[in-house]
Design a protein around this ligand. Structure first.
Ligand SMILES: C[S@@+](CC[C@H](N)C(=O)[O-])C[C@H]1O[C@@H](n2cnc3c(N)ncnc32)[C@H](O)[C@@H]1O
Length: 228
C-alpha cells in the first residue's frame, strides 16, 4: 500500500513536470537557444559541446540521420551541414517552428516532424543514425524502454544511437550545482535519469558496443551504441 502511494506520488509529480516542460517549450521556444548558449558558457561554450556530440554521430554525406527530442534542431542542422539527410522530431510545435526558422536562415534542408519519441511515424530500419541530446532526462522512467525500442526499430542494422545527457556529477562543487539545477529547473525525472543503469537498459533493447565518455566532472555523459 505504502509502495503504491509512493508510486502514485512519483507518477503525479513527473506528470506535473512534463506539463511544466511542455508549457515552457511552447511559450519560450524563441528564447531556448539563448538559454542553452548561456548555460553552456561554464562548460567551454555550446559550440564545443555540440561539435563533440556530432563528431560521435559522424553524420557522413549521404547518411540518413534522425534527431529525437530535437528542440530547435541544432544538432540536425550540424548533421545537414556535414552532408547528411536530417530529420528532426519533437513533440512541441513551438520548438519545431524555431528549428524551421533556423533551417531557412542557414539554407540547410531539414525535415521537421511533430511526434512523440515513443511512437515514431517511421518505417523500420530507415536511419543510419539516431541522436538525442538533453532530452531523455525529461522522460518518465517507465517510458524510457519504449523510446529506446523505437530508436532501435527505426535504425538500420549497424546503425548508431548517440545519447548526450546528464550524469551524476562528481566532486562537492559540481554535485551541489547539479543538485540545485535539478531541483529548480529539471525536476524528478532528471534525478531518476542519472541513477538509471543505461548500459543494461540499452543491451536489453538489443544494442551492443556500448561506449561512454564523461565530460565536466562527470556532470554529462556522451555515449554511443550500435544496432545488431
Ligand atoms: C531540453 S530540450 C532539448 C533540445 C535539443 N535536443 C538540444 O539539445 O538543445 C528537450 C526537448 O524534448 C522535447 N520532448 C519532450 N518530450 C518529448 C517526447 N516524448 N517526444 C519528442 N520530443 C519530446 C521538448 O519539446 C523539447 O524540445
Amino acid at each position: 500500500m505504502e509502495g503504491q502511494a509512493l508510486f502514485n506520488k512519483t507518477v503525479l509529480m513527473s506528470q506535473k513536470t512534463q506539463v511544466q516542460h511542455s508549457i515552457l517549450y511552447e511559450w519560450f521556444a524563441p528564447l531556448y537557444d539563448l538559454g542553452v548558449w548561456l548555460c553552456a558558457l561554464p562548460f567551454g561554450g555550446e559550440g564545443a559541446i555540440r561539435e563533440r556530440v556530432i563528431d560521435r554521430a559522424s553524420p557522413l554525406k549521404g547518411l540518413n540521420t534522425l534527431e529525437i527530442f530535437a528542440g530547435t534542431g541544432t544538432l540536425s542542422l550540424l548533421a545537414a551541414e556535414r552532408g547528411a539527410s536530417a530529420t528532426a522530431v519533437d513533440i512541441t510545435g513551438g520548438m519545431l517552428r524555431a528549428a524551421g526558422f533556423k533551417a531557412e536562415k542557414s539554407g540547410l534542408k531539414l525535415a521537421l516532424v511533430r511526434a512523440d519519441a515513443s511512437d515514431l511515424p517511421f518505417v523500420d530500419n530507415g536511419f543510419d543514425r539516431v541522436m538525442v541530446s538533453m532530452g531523455l532526462h525529461e522522460t518518465e522512467q517507465s517510458r524510457l524502454p519504449l523510446i529506446l525500442k523505437e530508436s532501435y526499430r527505426v535504425l538500420k542494422s549497424g546503425g548508431r544511437l548517440v545519447i548526450f545527457d546528464f550524469f551524476g556529477a562528481e566532486g562537492r562543487g559540481a554535485r551541489a550545482v547539479q543538485s540545485l539545477f535539478f531541483t529548480f529547473l529539471e525536476g524528478d525525472t532528471a534525478k531518476q535519469w542519472v541513477r538509471t543503469d543505461l548500459q543494461t537498459l540499452l543491451s536489453r533493447t538489443g544494442f551492443r558496443d556500448f561506449k561512454r565518455e564523461f565530460l565536466h566532472s562527470r556532470a554529462f555523459q556522451l555515449l554511443t551504441v550500435e544496432k545488431r
